[in-house]
Design a binder for this molecule. Structure first.
Ligand code: GLY
Length: 267
């Protein structure tokens, strides 16, 4: 994706992809979309193809370094709820984006069942869709699902059976923050195989969860095996407390060259 600030930058991107073939054959077909500005919010939904139930909102942090600097990554952290996704915006998104999307797929006889991810941008002209994903989001899921009160298996079964309208999906009135611990150098080159310590200490807090992404276990010990190594999620009554708790837990964990952002949840 090239975010072009003007026609000349867009022209350069097209020349590089389609004439100079910077991406080989893959660049011969391109999609041109409207340039948008504003905060990004992720809204995941459950749908059985007819009924659609939005989950609580979340925001992720894609850049490698604090202050949204540095290269794009698979996600350096996330928090839920979003501070900018107000109940009024949520109503508008549900009415103008979420329900029409699911309805249109049903009308085209391609009803979608499962988790549909709405990547939104809250532009000065109102909320707009950046992308859809037919899956959960990473690392948004690590802050959304810990807030779910209802048994997720009951929801999945209702999705499969087409009776989501019978389910009351309930959420905790709290907040969650996930800090991703990455291998130094990620998303470019990095080394793996370092022993990870402190996971058990972090887990002593019952409001903390540690999700494994790039780890491997050998003889009962964990070692790094990828770019994004762990996701440390903390749950608390509000975002500020959850941020504090997540970073306190991160302080317990160590591996060589460990890198993480210090500003997760501060957007
Ligand atoms: N966090 C972005 C995604 O899951 O696509």
């Amino acid at each position: 994706v090239v975010i072009a600030g003007d026609f000349s930058e867009a022209g350069d991107a097209l020349r590089s992809m389609m004439v100079e073939k910077a991406f080989g054959q893959a660049g011969l077909r391109v999609v041109i979309e409207e340039y948008m500005t504003g905060p990004e919010v992720s809204v995941l939904t459950f749908t059985d193809g007819r009924t659609v139930i939005p989950m609580v909102s979340a925001q992720d942090h894609k850049r490698a370094y604090d202050g949204d600097q540095g290269p794009n990554t698979g996600g350096m952290g996330a928090f839920s709820p979003s501070r900018v996704y107000t109940p009024d915006i949520a109503r508008e998104v549900e009415e103008c984006i979420i329900r029409p999307t699911v309805k249109a797929m049903a009308e085209e006889r391609r009803p979608f069942k499962g988790v549909l991810y709405f990547g939104l941008m809250l532009t000065p002209q109102g909320p707009k869709v950046l992308e859809y994903n037919a899956r959960f989001g990473d690392p948004e899921t690590q802050v959304v699902l810990p807030r779910l009160k209802t048994d997720i298996v009951d929801i999945f079964e209702a999705v499969i059976d087409g009776r989501l309208d019978e389910i009351n999906v309930a959420w905790e009135d709290n907040a969650a923050v996930c800090v991703v611990l990455a291998s130094g150098g990620y998303p470019k080159s990095y080394r793996t195989g370092y022993e990870i310590s402190g996971i058990e200490e972090a887990l002593k807090d019952p409001d903390v969860m540690v999700f494994h992404a790039g780890t491997k276990k050998i003889d009962g010990k964990y070692y790094t095996s990828g770019g994004r190594v762990l996701g440390v999620t903390a749950i608390a009554k509000d975002l500020d407390t959850a941020i504090h708790k997540a970073y306190q837990s991160v302080n317990n964990i160590y591996f060589e060259n460990m890198h993480y952002r210090r500003d997760i949840g501060r957007k």
